[in-house]
Design a protein around this ligand. Structure first.
Ligand SMILES: Nc1nc2c(c(=O)[nH]1)N[C@H]1C(S)=C(S)[C@@H](COP(=O)(O)O)O[C@H]1N2
Ligand SMILES: [Mo]
Length: 249
């Protein structure tokens, strides 16, 4: 998985701890993020539109890399204050084009059929973690519980961080490698990794796997997600999108 310097610098669902070595303080990077693409285009001396602004922040504590449970993952967030959701307070709202909209508690998710998947996890910027174990509820089992209407063609996902969004076509969402994950790396999903519940979109780049999942909405068409409105592919197949040639996962 080579990661050309060019790619690493210009991009986006990245900017993990490596950015710290560039010597740009976190506060400064957040300011740049607010200025948007133009500012970064200038900062990196590139034409606007050539790359996509990146502004996931580094873990300010620097601790995430030291936590063994991180297992090679880098830590990403587009907000500066990540949600911390006590498991007892967690709710997942499923709404939109469904016959039976409802909310699920964590216990209710645990009462649905459980599925485990082990697969490599690949970020579009090049890093990959081998054989990551996930478990939770298959998205299609959850959707079956709310009965999408015939008008439903896509699924939109919202995060408790209030910023990040993702989406899938309904056809993609019904695959057997799309998980509403409550466990990752053999333990409950940690706060940093988007717990208590995050999405795991098996065959696609990491940016599809939204953290701190708050809502699932059935829609009539795909709503481009956070990184997709910033130029990344909505159909983010590993090795078959974003101009990359990674080995599929
Ligand atoms: N809410 C939210 N989900 C997110 C992101 C994010 O910034 N915010 N980053 C995405 C990207 S680009 C990747 S590679 C993975 C990283 O997961 P991790 O932070 O658990 O390593 O989360 C994805 N889900
Ligand atoms: Mo990513």
């Amino acid at each position: 998985m080579d990661d050309a310097p060019d790619e690493a610098q210009r991009d986006a669902p990245d900017a993990g701890p490596d950015d710290v070595s560039a010597g740009v303080p976190v506060g400064r990077r957040i300011v740049l993020s607010m200025l948007g693409l133009g500012a970064l285009g200038v900062a990196f001396g590139r034409p606007i539109g050539d790359g996509i602004a990146s502004i996931t922040r580094a873990d300010p504590t620097g601790l995430s890399q030291l936590v063994p449970a991180s297992g090679g993952f880098r830590y990403y967030s587009v907000v500066s204050n990540d949600p911390v959701i006590p498991p007892a307070d967690y709710r997942l709202a499923v709404s939109g084009l469904v016959a039976s909209p409802r909310e699920f508690t964590l216990a209710e998710l645990g009462g649905l059929p459980q599925t485990s998947i082990t697969r490599d996890f690949q970020c579009v910027t090049g890093w990959r973690v081998s054989d990551v174990a996930w478990s939770g509820v298959l998205l299609r089992d959850l959707l079956a519980a709310v009965a999408p209407t015939p008008q439903a063609r896509a699924v939109a996902f919202d995060s408790y961080d209030g910023e990040y969004t993702e989406s899938l076509t309904l056809e993609q969402a019904l695959r057997d490698d799309m998980l509403v994950a409550t466990s990752m790396l053999g333990a409950p999903v940690t706060d940093a990794h988007g717990g208590p519940v995050r999405l795991f979109v098996g065959p696609m780049y990491g940016y599809k796997s939204l953290k701190w999942l708050s809502g699932i909405r059935l829609t009539s068409q795909v709503e481009p997600g956070y990184w997709e409105v910033r130029g990344y592919d909505a159909d983010a197949w590993v090795g078959g999108s974003n101009g990359r040639s990674d080995e599929p996962v």
